[in-house]
Design a protein around this ligand. Structure first.
Ligand code: FUB
Length: 476
């Protein structure tokens, strides 16, 4: 980032329109997309889908300055083939900002998606951290606060307020970490996700921190990965950067430095994120490897990440092939008996389709109608869907992906799995919680039943109807 110069402010009235629809395209190599330049990737897993939120490098060839005006989204269900969803936020998303759509990260919380961004506000100082919010991983996103979450006027803020990474611990407490120019910072977030909760602290132990922190947790241990640019084992020339990492037993540190996980890349900046997806760990980063690429024309790459048995990270092998396809399967394996069943229901809206529930679709999120949707609007209260097989089946698990159209259909208040015992419908025995989370398969296990008919009772929230994108039933 030493070569970074302040970009020309474009003015708050900049008329940038985030793309509403972009033709999807598939990619299966590194960089994962070469039709334009992408940088500062932040992965997020929702259900069976990995999303990557990335800035777009628009600098002309030979221009040694960042020119970045929008943030884009890509997604994959196998971490190898990627769909481009276009720009889902841009400088115009933040009316108080004017330029420099730098590194960002999305955090899921409270059923919403909070997009923390580095952006050049029009106030005093240079870079600020803003936050946008949306109801799905693909938005639409709107400014959540009406001003920066963090700016130069935030007490004890970083010398450069960029590169937010947000982490939510198992107890529900969220934290934000950020910083550049060697100044790492951390703070708690209030549960509304748009206010700091308490003082900004300076984390201890992040040796040679330069910028681009990324926080995650694995097996009870906290990991902070970050860009460093020292020449003591990191880079050959301090215009470049590597990714070092540290671990801690508390999300606020103190941190113990563990070493380099990603060597210098072909671009001067080095910005990465780590995520677990379909039982495999991945690192998502950028380099200058696309045709015509450079330090201000970067491109996102994905590679496998491995841990040693003591929890330390192995150094990443940077590839041009990318990882092998790792498709989503059913939640915990087993044979899904749903496609061989006949489906019936208490009610289906005439424009929706009961066939949705057992057509084998893998929804990207709860609003994804790509493989049809079952909905029972305007019915309320308890409705049911049911499977019938010509012969008895042994079943001990179901998985439900709820439909939520953000209109009359919402996630249910509760649900209950029942089976036909030969004379009546009764609750399946030993039933685990019947989950009602959006954007994921909700798995319910129970003691094996032998039956020709299985039913899902769905109880709506007041004033809403309910819907299902996929209902799987597994052979015991
Ligand atoms: O893309 C602009 C800046 O370069 C990011 O905010 C830094 O992390 C570095 O990648």
């Amino acid at each position: 980032m030493r070569t970074r110069h302040r970009a020309v402010k474009l003015g708050a009235a900049l008329a940038l329109v985030a793309s509403a629809v972009v033709s999807p395209a598939a990619f299966a190599a590194n960089p994962i997309i070469t039709s334009y330049y992408t940088a500062d990737p932040a992965p997020l897993v929702v259900g069976n889908t990995m999303y990557i939120y990335a800035g777009r490098d628009e600098a002309a060839q030979g221009n040694n300055n960042f020119y970045m005006r929008e943030w884009r989204v890509l997604s994959s269900t196998d971490a190898a083939n990627w769909t481009d969803h276009g720009a889902k936020a841009n400088i115009g998303t933040f009316p108080w900002a004017g330029a420099d759509a730098w590194a960002s990260e999305v955090e899921a919380k409270n059923g919403k998606y909070y997009w923390y961004t580095s952006v050049n506000g029009n106030g005093a100082g240079w870079m600020d951290i803003g936050v946008a919010v949306g109801d799905s991983p693909l938005g639409p996103f709107r400014d959540a606060k009406g001003g920066p979450l963090i700016s130069d006027s935030t007490p004890n803020s970083s010398g450069l307020n960029i590169d937010p990474t947000v982490f939510t611990d198992d107890d529900g407490q969220s934290y934000i970490y950020w910083g550049g120019y060697w100044g790492a910072r951390a703070a708690k977030l209030k549960s509304n996700m748009i206010e700091l909760d308490g003082p900004v602290v300076t984390p201890q132990g992040l040796s040679n921190f330069w910028e681009a922190p990324w926080m995650f947790k694995r097996n009870g241990l906290y990991y902070m990965m970050y860009a460093a640019n020292d020449t003591s084992g990191c880079v050959t020339n301090s215009n470049y950067a590597c990714q070092r990492y540290a671990t801690a037993t508390n999300p606020m540190g103190p941190w113990t430095h563990r070493g380099v996980v990603l060597d210098q890349v072909s671009s001067t900046t080095n910005h990465a994120g780590v995520v677990q997806f379909n039982n495999q760990w991945y690192i998502v980063y950028h380099n200058a490897n696309a045709p015509g690429g450079g330090n201000f024309r970067r491109s996102v790459a994905v590679d496998l990440l491995h841990f040693n048995s003591d929890g330390t990270m192995r150094k990443v092998t940077q590839t041009t092939s990318g990882p092998p396809p790792n498709p989503s399967g059913p939640p915990a394996g087993g044979t899904n008996l749903a496609p061989s069943a006949t489906a019936s229901t208490s009610y289906v809206s005439s424009w929706e389709s009961l066939a949705a529930i057992n057509n084998g679709g893998v929804p990207a999120n709860s609003g994804d109608r790509a493989n049809l949707a079952y909905g029972n609007w305007p019915e309320r209260g308890t409705q049911w869907i049911e499977y019938t097989w010509p012969t008895a089946q042994s079943i001990n698990k179901v998985a439900t992906y709820w439909f939520d159209d953000d209109q009359g259909i919402d996630l249910p208040a509760s649900c209950q799995v029942q089976y036909w015992n030969g004379s009546a419908y009764v609750d399946v025995p030993g039933q685990s919680a019947c989950g009602v989370a959006g954007n994921t398969f909700n798995t319910t296990t129970f003691t094996t039943v032998n039956t020709t008919r299985l039913r899902l009772n769905i109880t709506s929230k007041p004033d809403f109807s309910t819907g299902v994108l996929e209902w799987q039933a597994f052979q015991a």
